[in-house]
Design a protein. Structure first.
Length: 184
């Protein structure tokens, strides 16, 4: 698979590419993408799950057993569950968020979409996400999938990154610019 976007340059990119190729061969790209989104959400919401994936004190065997149980509880598809076992065995669970994002970019490229990383101060509603996708499609000229993250530190507004382009309308940046301008 040719990747001009540089995804394969990182460790997470190589794992994401391998998973993507397996999912493509089995016709399961959508189910794997949904499972990875579920895992990303679990990492964001559960301190215990995040500690499981990042703690060096958890052995490979314990991590493997724990992620297998978590995958069953979260109804993760079998291909992704097996992949989690491989990550645990190789002590690469810490790369799961980056692998998930890289997989999402590969899947979006396959569908002819571009991916925007969107950071907001609070979770966006479905209507807000739909409107954001419409606005971004108008701006970039192709369908846009969004990778949403929440960071209360930006105070309000959005930070949108599409490729090398960044649109920062966060209140934090506006306040910093105002403070800088007032210093003269």
């Amino acid at each position: 698979m040719e990747n001009s976007g540089g995804i394969q340059a990182s460790l997470a990119g190589r794992y994401a590419t391998a998973l993507f190729e397996l999912a493509r061969d089995e016709g399961k790209i959508d189910s794997v993408e949904r499972s990875l989104a579920t895992l990303r959400s679990a990492l964001a919401q559960s301190d215990d799950f995040r500690r499981l994936t990042t703690s060096p004190l958890v052995s490979r065997a314990e991590a493997g057993s724990a992620v297998t149980a978590a995958a069953k509880a979260m109804d993760i598809d079998p291909l992704t569950a097996n992949f989690l076992g491989v990550l645990a065995a190789n002590r690469r669970l810490t790369a799961l968020p980056d692998i998930s994002r890289a997989f999402a970019r590969l899947a979006a490229d396959q569908r002819g979409e571009t991916t925007a990383q969107v950071t907001s101060a609070h979770p966006l509603s479905d209507d807000q996400v739909a409107e954001l996708k419409t606005q971004l499609k108008t701006r970039v000229g192709r369908n846009v999938s969004v990778d949403l993250t929440v960071d209360p530190a930006i105070l309000g507004g959005l930070v949108v990154k599409i490729g090398s382009q960044m649109i920062d309308s966060s209140i934090r940046t506006r306040l910093n610019n105002l403070a800088h301008a007032m210093k003269g």
